[in-house]
Design a protein around this ligand. Structure first.
Ligand code: ZN
Ligand code: ZN
Length: 305
């Protein structure tokens, strides 16, 4: 690779990161930031926070300073890393899907019945969403429980304040693992549905995004990484992870360690005993605790944990 090519790819990566604001597949798509802003107003009014609403949302502590700067560095760094290291992996999804279908055809042959288009599309949309969420739970669990992996996941937990960009404060090693997991899940589920429908399947989307994922992103997914305490009714927190439940996941209180691994659905945490609800929890301090926070106090220290 020539120096000019490297230079071009770096530019591509930086553009990719900033393009997230215009991409409905990304959590920080501007429309999702607007819906999160509106939900923040609801929280502001209902919790009677002191001061003005704009000061509450655009609090300097949340958006400026060491911890948010590290988040911004990771957003850009990981965009460049994606162009160099993740893009070549994308083909894995196609391979897995092709070989999954081939495997099923070899062992089961062509199906003698036909499933209606409505059911195929509905089942594919739901299965892809649920299996993705289930696998995210376990990958997240592994990144907490295996010491070698926790070392890299600490980067996400070393954030002292949370804002929507903290979502991208992820060590490149974890980024590779998450992407590979996503590609394998996509490949296996797609291969199965390709087999079931003989290639006649699609997905219910809004702006090209899985309709279920779109709902999650619209309904304040960005507030998970924020200081806005949006709770769900207690019964609903058994099924869906509320923003405050993810904030508890970032708490430096040992009582909250290894809880709420879920992304969207809370059912996995409930099933495997790691669920904690927001009821009764008042103050949450984010980070890894005094000593560790000091160790992760710069971008480079997070990149080489
Ligand atoms: Zn975690
Ligand atoms: Zn988080």
């Amino acid at each position: 690779m020539t120096l000019t090519e490297v230079y071009e790819k770096v530019g591509e990566g930086i553009q990719l990161s900033f393009g997230y604001f215009m991409d409905p597949n990304k959590r920080i798509f501007f429309a999702f930031l607007i819906t999160s802003f509106l939900l923040s107003y609801y929280v502001f009014r209902s919790t009677r926070v002191q001061g003005t609403f704009l000061k509450y949302v655009f609090n300097a502590k949340v958006w400026m300073g060491t911890s948010p700067s590290i988040d911004y560095c990771f957003l850009v760094f990981n965009g460049v890393f994606k162009v160099f290291a993740i893009a070549p992996l994308l083909v894995v999804g196609l391979y897995v899907s092709f070989y999954t279908k081939e495997f099923l055809l070899d062992h089961l042959g062509y199906l003698e019945f036909e499933i209606s288009e409505f059911w195929i599309v509905t089942l594919y949309t739901v299965t892809l969403f649920v299996v993705k969420d289930f696998s995210s739970y376990w990958v997240h669990w592994l990144f907490h429980k295996v010491p070698f992996l926790w070392r890299f996941h600490k980067v996400h937990h070393s954030a002292r304040v949370l804002n929507p960009i903290t979502q991208y404060r992820i060590h490149p090693i974890e980024l590779v693992a998450n992407n590979l997991k996503g590609l394998v899940v996509f490949g296996v589920v797609t291969g199965i549905f390709d087999f079931l429908s003989n290639g006649k399947f699609s997905i219910y989307t809004i702006f090209g995004v899985n309709v279920l994922g779109f709902l999650f992103l619209t309904l304040g997914a960005n507030l998970r990484h924020s200081h806005v305490k949006l709770k769900y009714p207690s019964w609903l927190e058994n099924y869906l992870i509320s923003p405050v439940q993810h904030q508890i996941h970032h708490s430096d209180d040992p009582q909250h360690f290894d809880r709420n691994f879920g992304s969207v659905l809370a059912i996995w945490d409930r099933l495997f005993g790691s669920l904690i609800k927001s009821k009764g929890i008042q103050r949450i301090r984010f980070g890894l605790g005094k000593e560790e926070n000091l160790r992760f106090s710069s971008f480079w220290r997070n990149l080489f944990p």
